[in-house]
Design a protein. Structure first.
Length: 250
């Protein structure tokens, strides 16, 4: 398991909790709008933080921290035994654990939930399933960067895994949220109709506005943010299918 970042204090990443955020290295997506490019596009060169250093920090501050958020990259591409061991150690400190995931490893996600090792999940729903290859950089490289160029069979398996992870969370065994970062021109009103159907019955869904992160990913003249009014329109489309939909961060 490779950790490459630690945000010592956050009141944003774990809703309602004073927490730390740890960043795992590597991802099985290549989203052209990624905000953590050093952990994804340049994972081999990313700095590594010793796990024991992170655990020592958490141990020293366990009396006022309430939890940690594990994000990435994609945490669940880490060796399963390693991430379970890390989370179990954190839980033994009396801290809550929130997991951020892209939903491509439903087996480990279900194991963490069923064994009560995590207390909340935030799952990215990039777009409607048919457009995932573009937004997640799975197939043809449409943005001048190195996409994964996966086979149709591999892409189909990933999409099935994402659907299964959604279904696991919809069982309401654990607090969760689905969220979509909205990018112009990659998202359309039709996409949000399809997203709503994909997560129908969900407790919480959040729309997040795109913010340009780095010249290393998308060019400013390719991607931009929708207006607040347009984001509200997209939210209202999904609201027909879920219990609670909101626009976050505007």
């Amino acid at each position: 398991m490779k950790l490459s970042g630690l945000q010592k204090i956050t009141m944003l990443d774990f809703p309602g909790k004073l927490a730390s955020t740890v960043f795992t290295c590597g991802c099985n997506f290549r989203c052209p709008f990624c905000h953590n490019v050093d952990l994804v596009w340049h994972a081999a060169q990313a700095a590594e933080i010793p796990i024991n250093d992170v655990l020592s920090y958490l141990t020293e501050r366990k009396n006022y921290l309430e939890g940690i958020c594990i994000t990435g990259g994609e945490p669940l591409i880490q060796p399963e035994a390693d991430i379970i061991s890390f989370i179990q150690t954190v839980k033994n400190l009396g801290l809550l654990v929130k997991l951020d995931t892209n939903g491509t490893n439903p087996d480990t996600l279900e194991k963490l939930i069923d064994n009560k090792l995590i207390d909340m999940v935030a799952m990215d729903v990039k777009t409607s399933l048919d457009k995932y290859p573009i937004l997640a950089g799975l197939g043809k490289d449409d943005f001048g960067k190195t996409a994964l160029n996966l086979s149709s069979e591999s892409i189909s398996k990933l999409l099935s895994s994402i659907q299964r992870s959604i279904n696991i969370l919809l069982q309401n065994k654990i607090p969760y949220e689905f969220r979509t970062t909205v990018i112009k021109p990659l998202h359309s009103a039709e996409d949000f109709e399809n997203i709503g159907k994909l997560i129908e019955g969900a407790e919480n869904y959040y729309i997040q506005s795109y913010r340009h992160a780095s010249a290393d990913t998308a060019e400013d003249d390719i991607f931009s943010a929708y207006t607040n009014e347009e984001l509200e329109m997209f939210k209202n489309i999904v609201q027909k299918y879920v219990k609670n939909a909101k626009v976050r961060g505007i």
